[in-house]
Design a protein around this ligand. Structure first.
Ligand code: PMP
Length: 390
């Protein structure tokens, strides 16, 4: 049943259909786009393209309505329990989203002696903006202490116990990631909230979860969720910040003071519609199963070591398991060379340092990241090619 579902959906990706000899395995960097998304962009640009919140003619009004409707759509997609109160602000992606939260919101919150807790080994986009806030405030004579939260790749989560020690009286803000972009584990956000306590705002980098698995603001007690539209089947240059506005000052971004990426916003609305129709829970099951298939296959191959979350085999019902991201390395072959060999066989993977902060083992590894268009046959063929490399 899932199989037939997948076959029908895969056929809806023109770039995949047009390139049967190629296998795209870099969806954590950006996803491919279904026809419905491309059609929605075409329809927008050929029927009502105008600037938003500017003119009083029909196209301008339609564009303004599109932006407003997409804000509501994002809230709905994220299962926002109190949409009257929250804000959605469109950005070019998660990097700009996190930077916006840092610059436009966090900076005004912090006073001398305050502390913030931020990740240490996550994506740079979720580290650099918080350090920049600290440095900016330091130049104004305001000292903010940044505490780094260690990540434990093997468990697919932050280090148990570490959080409770990092959070104290002066903690004003915590930044975390939902699904790690290299190790593929999803973090136990409930446990993070418990450790942090009820009053401190939490910002969730959901770049690798929104569009990949159900992400519910009704369940996750966080204050910001930042994601990239382009990693969720929408156009490059699209993304959003969702702000709950329940703790700390209100987040009121200047949404209308520049020209928004209206075609990107149109694409995001269509992508969220498409994902809802496809069933985000099935997308999650599909990509998680493919990742488990690859992880299990790699474990049978002697020269390979899978990095990160080791739980895909044992605990399928455990919240902390590997999502559609598998990073591995070969005992002897450099990851750049491995990427080159794989591309000569038609596989497009990521092979470098994966934009990660902190130190350690992620260097010199190859990352395979999956979405709904990927097929079990692609995983099996990848494993066959990998098995020929001693
Ligand atoms: N956070 C995470 C966890 C990511 O994986 C990425 C993209 N690799 C980003 C942030 C940055 O997203 P964007 O490129 O859309 O700015």
């Amino acid at each position: 049943e899932l199989r037939a579902w997948h076959t029908a959906l895969r056929a809806q990706f023109p770039i995949i259909a047009a390139n049967p000899e190629l296998t795209y395995l870099d969806s954590a960097a950006t996803t491919q786009k279904p026809r419905a998304v491309l059609d929605a962009v075409h329809a927008y640009l050929t029927t009502s393209n105008a600037n938003a919140a500017r003119g009083s003619y029909t196209w301008a009004n339609q564009t303004t309505a599109l932006v407003r409707a997409t804000r509501q759509r994002v809230k709905e997609f994220l299962r926002d329990p109190v949409p009257e109160r929250s804000e959605v602000h469109f950005t070019s992606g998660a990097t700009e989203g996190l930077r916006t939260v840092a610059r436009d919101w966090l900076t005004g919150l912090l006073a001398d002696g305050d502390e913030i807790v931020v990740p240490f080994a996550d994506h740079q986009a979720n580290i650099a903006p918080w350090l920049e806030v600290r440095d900016l405030l330091a130049r104004q004579g305001v000292r903010v202490l940044v505490r780094a939260m260690p990540y434990q790749p093997g468990s697919g989560d932050y280090e148990p116990g570490a959080l409770a020690e990092l959070v104290g009286e002066r903690t004003r803000f915590v930044a975390v990631t939902h699904v790690h972009h290299v190790y593929g584990g999803d973090m136990n956000v409930h446990r993070i909230r418990q450790a942090v306590g009820p009053d401190v705002p939490i910002c969730l980098d959901a770049a690798q979860s929104v569009g990949h698995l159900p992400v519910s603001m009704a369940e996750l007690d966080v204050d910001f969720a930042v994601f990239s539209g382009h990693k969720a089947l929408a156009l490059p240059g699209s993304g959003a910040v969702w702000a709950r506005n329940a703790r700390g000052p209100r987040f009121v971004p200047g949404g209308w003071d520049g020209t928004p990426n209206t075609s990107g916003i149109a694409s995001l609305r269509a992508a969220l519609d498409w994902l809802d129709t496809a069933g985000i829970d099935r997308v999650e099951r599909w990509t998680t199963a493919l990742a488990a298939r690859l992880t299990e296959g790699l474990r049978q191959l002697d020269p390979y070591e899978v990095l990160g979350c080791q739980r895909s085999l044992a605990a399928r019902t455990d919240a902390q398991q590997r999502r559609g991201i598998v990073t591995f390395r070969h005992r002897d072959i450099d990851s750049g060379d491995l990427g080159f060999v794989l591309f000569s066989e038609g596989f497009m993977v990521r092979s470098d340092s994966h934009c990660q902060g902190g130190g350690g083992e992620k260097q010199n590894s190859v990352r395979v990241s999956l979405h709904v268009y990927n097929a079990p046959e692609e995983i099996d063929r990848l494993l066959r090619v990998l098995s020929t490399l001693e």
